[in-house]
Design a protein around this ligand. Structure first.
Ligand code: SF4
Ligand code: SF4
Length: 694
């Protein structure tokens, strides 16, 4: 009776503490801005089953994934046994379930739990070995200071202890059962524990009862401890991973949100009589502290497993910059907990004069991000560090005007010239000199509509190197008899560089100007040779009223080939050439376009050699996120140099690209390695045009 009472008190205390602390976490998450996420419920359930339960993302690396799956699934399933342990504790019974389920079934589940327990135990030992013997670098990064490392060790050791106690308890029980001891009636099958702890056979009944009781109590007290420990540990992800994945973004990774508060301001600037949605007082733009982030971003922070997969894929981190996406998530959580503790102590109106931006995350970290989405792609629980980085950048730019001077120049150029460089808008159509390129205004004046509008982009319009790319693509369109048109002098910067750099005002001003032009001409289809224009128009213009079918030129070329409108010459001049392809982040990870450029390149009967980092694992060129307009942050190496080295490893004589920024950065990287004569950087449209003598 006394032991039942002690058990009940322990049980109530553990559950009460757990409930209080979970409520605190929920309260903290709710400190974030409110956003509605309840669309596409079917897709969300599917995502949760595949990614949270099935751990789909982990299986990129099969061995650790299998180990993790065994440890995680085993640990969860074994805890079903808790139902019986808790019932026995409360009612003072022994193996109560055996009285209610068929003996064969009971034997089966107990034997299964034993197999899972040993697998969990071995998995945890291997995980400890990976950390402390193999010393896998991502577990030893700068942000993995004493506490995060200790936390991981406590979790693994606790799981090992819990599994050991469980198996030893079973072993003592099975021997007592075989001896017909009082209270230990025959129930269960114990294949693992009987083997592991066979030495217990030499012990007396009374000693075995002490061992069995000690392990039983040790196991359940350990479980109660674990239950309350995980809330303050990275291990909380075993619970939060499920809702976090359910609420994760379903749209293209490349899509940045459009701040509705900014949209209202921009609409009113363009038309003082404009009808705007209620939010005329925008408050703060971007995020300075955790309360300025939305609740999903805060849930992300609590769901982070600190595995470091994001950081080990981050081009900035790989090349020695301060930025680590894992640290961004850890800092967000640490600051949120600090704010929560302040609220508990001093009430919700208390301010401690600190903020996430400044006290935890520095400007240098933020400006090192190329917005390549490698961290988002890697995360096993669909956390989005980039969205936090973007919101912090927005605050720096729109609230504090703190940004690198080159970016200020870039934004002034967009404002004044409609392009990120200092060129006259009247020169925008010079790229077409000597070519007969149809202009939209002329077509519409004649009452005609093109099949597709060719969006040139600022690089195609002004950058001498990229002019050759858009000219090549225009020649291919003519060759394939595609009825196309360009906007000519009516085109202006999409706003993409301003958006990635955090200037949502300027980005939306540019977008709305273009949307007005495109909608006036009732444009439906757009093709562009720039992945940044492609991503911006396709994914971000719809929120502002611009809805178009947008294709990157690689996908358009693939379509022309498949439709038989574009036919390669039988003996094209590139047959057999060794070519490698560099995936642009804004085409690949941001929009999942991996096959089209490869299909187009392979249509030339060349030898396509993949780099060790390609497709979803592709390394950024270093130019995204407006980086191409500024100096890189201090590090050990330039990102473009790292990529150039990977290109050189393939032995290819040509690196094919599909992006103006990638072309510039890779060219730069190859020059730094003195490879510019040996390895040529060419756009896929240039390759098609060159090979076919266009
Ligand atoms: S988006 Fe790319 S550069 Fe930015 S933090 Fe993530 S991995 Fe690093
Ligand atoms: S953000 Fe995701 S990938 Fe990065 S450490 Fe956290 S759980 Fe791992």
């Amino acid at each position: 009776m006394i032991s039942q009472l002690i058990f009940a008190l322990l049980f109530i205390a553990a559950v009460t503490m757990f409930t209080i602390n979970v409520r605190k976490v929920i309260r903290n998450i709710k400190l974030g801005r409110d956003i509605k996420i309840n669309d596409r419920k079917g897709d969300r359930w599917k995502q949760m089953i595949l990614v949270a339960f099935g751990q789909k993302k982990m299986f990129k690396r099969p061995l650790p994934a299998l180990l993790h799956f065994v440890v995680y699934a085993g640990f969860i399933i074994i805890n079903i046994e808790l139902l019986e342990i808790v019932s026995d504790g409360i009612f003072g019974t022994h193996r109560i379930l055996a009285q209610y389920v068929p003996a064969a079934f009971y034997n089966f589940i107990i034997a299964s739990f034993e197999v899972l327990a040993i697998l969990v135990l071995v998995g945890c030992v291997i995980f400890l070995g990976r950390r402390y013997i193999a010393r896998i670098p991502r577990f030893w990064n700068k942000e993995m200071t004493k506490w995060p490392r200790t936390d991981a060790t406590i979790i693994l050791c606790t799981e090992i202890i819990l599994m050991s106690l469980f198996l030893k308890m079973n072993a003592a029980d099975s021997i007592l059962q075989s001896r017909g001891s009082e209270h230990y009636f025959s129930a269960g099958l114990f294949p693992v524990s009987e083997f592991l702890f066979s030495y217990l056979n030499g012990f007396s009944d009374s000693t075995l009862v002490i061992i069995e009781r000690f392990c039983w109590w040790g196991h359940i007290i350990g479980v109660f401890f674990f239950l309350n420990y995980i809330i303050w540990s990275k291990h909380f992800h075993i619970l939060l991973a499920f809702p976090n994945v359910w609420y994760a973004k379903l749209t293209a990774k490349g899509e940045f949100t459009s701040l509705s508060s900014v949209t209202n301001e921009v609409k009113l600037m363009l038309d003082p009589n404009a009808v705007v949605t209620p939010e005329n007082n925008p408050g703060k733009f971007g995020a300075k502290d955790v309360m300025d982030l939305n609740w999903k971003q805060l849930m992300d922070a609590y769901s982070c497993t600190e595995c470091g997969r994001c950081t080990s894929a981050c081009p900035a981190n790989i090349t020695g910059k301060l930025l680590s996406p894992r640290k961004i998530m850890m800092d967000t959580r640490d600051r949120l907990e600090e704010v929560g503790r302040n609220n508990d102590k001093h009430g919700i109106d208390f301010t401690d004069g600190k903020s996430l931006l400044g006290n935890y995350i520095t400007e240098e970290e933020l400006w090192a991000c190329t917005s390549c989405n490698a961290c988002v792609e890697e995360c096993p629980v669909l956390i989005d560090p980039l969205s936090i980085i973007t919101d912090l950048r927005r605050n720096l730019v729109m609230e504090e005007s703190k940004l690198p001077s080159e970016l200020t120049d870039m934004m002034s150029n967009i404002e004044n010239n409609g392009a990120p460089w200092k060129f006259s808008p009247s020169d925008r159509f010079n790229w077409a000199d000597g070519l007969d390129i149809p202009v939209m205004a002329d077509l519409v004046a004649r009452g005609e509509q093109p099949e597709v509008v060719f969006w040139i982009g600022c690089a195609g319009s002004f950058d001498d190197r990229y002019k050759s790319v858009v000219r090549s693509f225009a020649k291919i369109l003519n060759e394939a008899k595609v009825k196309f048109a360009v906007l000519g002098l009516e085109e202006t910067c999409t706003g993409d560089p301003a958006k990635r750099a955090g200037n949502e005002f300027l980005a939306q001003m540019q977008a709305m100007q273009n949307i007005t032009t495109l909608n006036n001409y009732s444009v439906k289809n757009i093709v562009t040779a720039c992945p940044h224009c492609f991503n911006n128009i396709k994914n971000e213009y719809p929120a502002l009223g611009g809805n178009y079918e947008v294709l990157h030129h690689s996908a358009f070329l693939q379509k022309l080939l498949e439709d038989g409108r574009l036919v390669m010459k039988e003996n094209n001049s590139l047959i057999g050439t060794a070519i490698t392809y560099h995936d642009s982040c804004y085409l690949g990870r941001a929009n999942d376009v991996y096959e089209a450029p490869r299909v187009v390149i392979e249509s030339l009967k060349v030898e396509l050699r993949e780099m060790k980092k390609c497709k979803t694992n592709g390394l950024c060129c270093g130019g995204g996120g407006a980086q191409v307009f500024k100096e890189e942050e201090n590090g050990t190496k330039r990102i473009s140099t790292e990529r150039a080295e990977q290109i050189m490893e393939t032995g290819a004589s040509v690196v094919a690209v599909g992006c103006p920024f990638c072309m510039t950065m890779i060219d730069d990287g190859l020059k730094q390695k003195n490879q510019e004569e040996k390895i040529k950087v060419k756009d896929i449209a240039e390759l098609i045009a060159e090979a076919n003598g266009l």
